[in-house]
Design a binder for this molecule. Structure first.
Ligand code: PLP
Length: 425
């Protein structure tokens, strides 16, 4: 759903990086337009999104479709980041850097607002890998305890649990992620079927980076309710793209990276641990500044000298998302993904690996072209049209991954699909 409130909020921030005001478009939106916007996957007027696009200093001619890997940052984020970097390098004194204690608290508050969590449950790490490993290494598990994972989890999740299992005798139960006939019920049933009285952890991925399947996070959390099972959610492909509140999902922990869909700085991530469960975790890194008395999850963000400018930029990325309104971001990203999927399926030979249904996917779009060499295709599209996506060459996951986000236009997607059609003709 497109949030009128989000539009108004964004419309009210005309000074964002010197962009023109969106107010005229937003305030003029009638109910009918709003309904149409919902149907088309974003505010009906493409000019709104053209103005958003203008906030991204993207290289001319680049068709950037790799949000699942690294996103461009918007001008306000880049400028804030650079301003604080310059400040630190011009004056690295303790006295000048004192201010960052407060700025870090503010950044956490901004992130917490967009994530739908209490600031005390949020800490800024360096990426999803670090956040997830804090959980894997931090829980007190014993030989024989069972951890449920899914086969399409990222290595920062699956490989990490398997290393732990080797050391401790924890038992890993890997539930296959289906490639066909995907349904929310089937995804939840797979996990339910692996549960036993010894299950201590369920670790799964909100939206997978492999085929873009969206797991029914709330339903899976429900399965674990009252059983003293820790539910860890990898949100590297959901924060900054889907509109959700962690407090409503109810997972015990959540990990994400700021440089993907949130369009924030590189090497900044978030770890969320639900209030009431934080004391169950042991820290993996203990260094100056660590204290058990530190509030909430903050003690897991004490990682040695930090890049304070990056943390401020992470907060600024949250502000940018909040100004757009997460409901609008989701509607736009999913609308573009729907447009892309539909156009791709019209290209002869294309096999879609991502479910067509919006409820079962996000804006990660994965497909392959039967009989074509994926590597060569990816390279050819980069050469001919500067289309930046991702290529997987492995077995049943082989394919191209194109991920549209708010800075993309429908016209760009059409150019990309046309280029593909020509390349495979
Ligand atoms: C689902 C998922 N989890 C975790 C990661 C790891 O993210 P990072 O390298 O930022 O730690 C990725 C990276 O692509 C991912 O897609």
């Amino acid at each position: 759903m497109v949030s009128r409130r989000g539009l108004l909020r964004y419309g009210g921030v005309a000074s964002l990086g010197g962009a023109a005001s969106f107010g005229g478009i937003a305030l003029g939106a009638s109910q009918a337009q709003a309904a149409q916007a919902t149907a088309t996957g974003g505010p009906a007027d493409e000019r709104f999104w053209a103005t958003v696009r203008a906030e991204f200093p993207l290289e001319e001619g680049l068709i950037f479709l790799n949000a699942a890997n690294v996103c461009p940052a918007s001008r306000p984020v880049v400028e804030k980041h650079l301003a604080y970097l310059r400040d630190i390098y011009a004056n690295p004194s303790f006295e000048n850097r004192e201010k960052f204690a407060e700025l870090e608290v503010e950044a956490r508050q901004k992130l917490a607002k967009v994530l739908g969590a209490k600031p005390s449950a949020i800490t800024i790490t360096r990426n999803t890998s670090e956040s997830t490993n804090t959980i894997v290494r931090g829980l007190s598990l014993r030989a024989g305890d069972e951890v449920i994972i899914t086969s399409h989890n990222h290595p920062s999740n699956n490989a990490s649990w398997k290393v732990l299992a080797k050391r401790t005798g924890v038992v890993i139960k890997e539930v296959p992620t289906p490639m066909e006939n995907v349904s929310a019920e089937r995804l939840a049933r797979g996990i339910a079927g692996a549960m036993s009285a010894r299950t201590k952890v369920i670790a799964f991925t909100h939206v997978t980076n492999t085929t873009g399947i969206r797991y029914p996070a709330r339903e899976i959390v429900e399965l674990a309710k009252g059983k003293n099972i820790w539910v860890h959610l990898d949100g590297a492909q959901s924060f900054g793209m889907l509109d959700f509140r962690l407090s409503e999902i109810g997972c015990d922990s959540y990990a994400t990276s700021m440089h993907k869909w949130p369009m924030g700085p590189l090497e900044a991530g978030v770890l969320y641990v639900k209030d009431g469960r934080q004391d169950e975790l042991w820290p993996s890194i203990v260094t100056a500044g660590y204290s058990e008395l530190l509030e909430g999850v903050a003690r897991f963000g004490v990682l040695g000298q930090r890049d304070d400018a990056r943390m401020v930029a992470a907060g600024e990325a949250a502000v940018f998302l909040d100004r757009l309104g997460m409901a609008n971001v989701e509607a736009r990203a999913l609308g573009l993904a729907a447009h892309l999927k539909k156009a791709l399926t019209a290209v002869p030979g294309v096999k879609m690996l991502t479910p067509m249904e919006a409820a079962l996917s996000g804006a990660v779009v994965k497909f392959r072209v039967e009989g074509k060499n994926t590597q060569e295709l990816g390279r050819a599209l980069w050469k001919s049209h500067k289309i930046s996506g991702a290529v997987t060459s492995r077995g049943d996951l082989e394919g191209l991954r194109w991920c549209p986000h708010v800075y993309n236009t429908r016209a760009e997607l059409d150019v990309a699909v046309e280029a593909l059609a020509r390349a495979v003709a």
